[in-house]
Design a protein around this ligand. Structure first.
Ligand code: AMP
Length: 419
């Protein structure tokens, strides 16, 4: 496999799939440039080695072409500021102009293509179907998009001599720019630095973790994390369950959960997970108590209760003092810690102290030598909210991608480069 560090970029045009799906305000200003910054080492490397760079990305979920709200033109100042190099905008990712600009690209040039998702071909998802379209109609529309998608990929590939995928956040998608394009560059495809770092951190945790290895899985619902929890049961020594899904487990075990978020249709799955954990010898750690509230706001009255016995009109929104102590003690006894999903409604300060206790314990364990990996938008926001971002070992930029990597042990975007 080619690596970005031993590839000769001199005189070559590199098409780089980056993740420039950044938030912008009403005036088109980038409000958080983390993802742009994260892509810079790769772009700078190609330029420093005498190559030309063609950047491609998606932004948002446009439904037509063009869709000015999602134009990548608005992020050019933010890219130029981070790169220190002028960026030429192609105005489209298809068409004559983009092709001509890419063909004429010289060493040191940086060209930005327009939002790939202006074209349905990028995702391979048909547009314009009526809401009541039948399955047959949907299948036919998808089939009809196959040939145009091939042409789309071929055209993107024709712009460059080599392909770099540095968009970990979309590596779980089999899209034109993240997956299909790789086959046009059998000897000239590689990971960018960000992808390399992400893959290394996650595979280190999943393949050869220092033990004990504990995964903390929080968030709102069991239903969205079943696959991940089951996969983790094969890898971890223990699982800490937090957040809204606590009450599905408590309910399945016969507890009274009041108005807490709870999925009764998931009770059999919750019990199956508990059985699996027992059979595999994986310790299952749940908070014995909950912080409950009478309304979902900063003004709420709160009180602690057993997770198995919450008052009918009250709702569990965070772990209680017993949970904080139990989670802390357990986290400090582990050498590898993976955290996905807050253990409470951390967006409301009153309900954030449990997630803060978890973040603090992870920072402390990391200081004591444990490896900690935080991933998934909400837990990253959580760690950053408490100012602990630089006190954990690795923060993943991918939410969905990280979870799918854990669940399936690989990602299409990773396999397309590697295989
Ligand atoms: P997820 O996207 O599944 O990781 O869920 C993250 C969301 O779960 C956050 O927005 C939290 O506010 C929410 N959450 C965490 N704990 C609870 C809870 N006890 N009740 C309701 N929502 C929760």
């Amino acid at each position: 496999m080619v690596s970005i560090d031993n590839y000769d970029f001199k005189g070559k045009r590199a098409i780089i799939r980056v993740d420039f799906n950044v938030p912008v305000d009403g005036e088109g200003n980038v409000t958080d440039d983390t993802r742009i910054r994260a892509a810079m080492p790769t772009v700078k490397k190609v330029l420093a080695e005498g190559g030309a760079v063609i950047l491609m990305s998606h932004m948002g979920r446009p439904k037509k072409n063009p869709d000015t709200k999602f134009t990548l033109e608005q992020i050019i100042p933010a890219v130029e500021k981070n790169l220190g190099v002028k960026v030429q905008f192609a105005g489209d990712c298809m068409g004559e102009k983009a092709a001509e600009m890419c063909a004429a690209a010289k060493a040191g040039d940086v060209i930005l293509l327009e939002n790939l998702r202006f074209y349905a071909e990028e995702e391979g998802k048909p547009r314009g179907l009526s809401a009541d379209a039948t399955k047959e109609e949907k299948d036919a529309a998808k089939k009809a998009l196959k040939e145009p998608q091939k042409e789309f990929v071929k055209k993107l590939a024709s712009y460059a001599d080599c392909y770099i995928n540095d968009a970990f956040g979309t590596a779980h998608r089999k899209h034109a720019s993240t997956y299909l394009i790789a086959e046009y560059f059998p000897q000239d495809k590689m990971f960018g630095y960000l992808m390399e770092k992400e893959v290394k951190a996650i595979s280190e945790v999943m393949e050869k973790p220092q033990r004990p290895f504990c995964a903390i899985v929080g968030g709102s619902k069991v239903s969205s994390k079943i696959g991940v929890i089951k996969a983790l049961l094969d890898k971890c020594d223990s699982i800490i369950i937090g957040g809204g899904m606590t009450y599905t487990f408590a309910g399945a075990l016969g507890g009274k959960v009041g108005k807490s978020i709870c999925e009764p249709d998931m009770f059999p799955v919750a019990l199956e997970i508990l059985e699996m954990a027992k059979a595999k010898g994986v310790k299952f750690v749940m908070s014995p108590d909950a912080l409950t509230c009478d309304q979902f706001s900063e003004e709420a009255n709160t009180k602690e209760a057993s997770v198995m016995d919450i008052d009918p009109e009250w709702e569990g929104v965070d772990i209680g003092a017993g949970g904080k102590a139990a989670f802390r003690e357990h986290i400090l006894s582990c050498k590898t810690i993976l955290w996905n999903g807050p253990v409470g409604v951390f967006e409301i300060n009153k309900f954030a102290t449990g997630s803060k206790a978890v973040a603090d314990a992870i920072a402390e364990a990391t200081k004591n030598g444990a490896f900690s990996l935080i991933g998934g938008g909400d837990s990253v926001a959580c760690v950053n909210k408490f100012g602990l971002g630089d006190q954990v070992s690795y923060i993943s930029t991918g939410g969905g991608a990280l979870l799918e990597y854990i669940e399936f042990g690989d990602l299409p975007g990773v396999a397309a480069i590697r295989d």
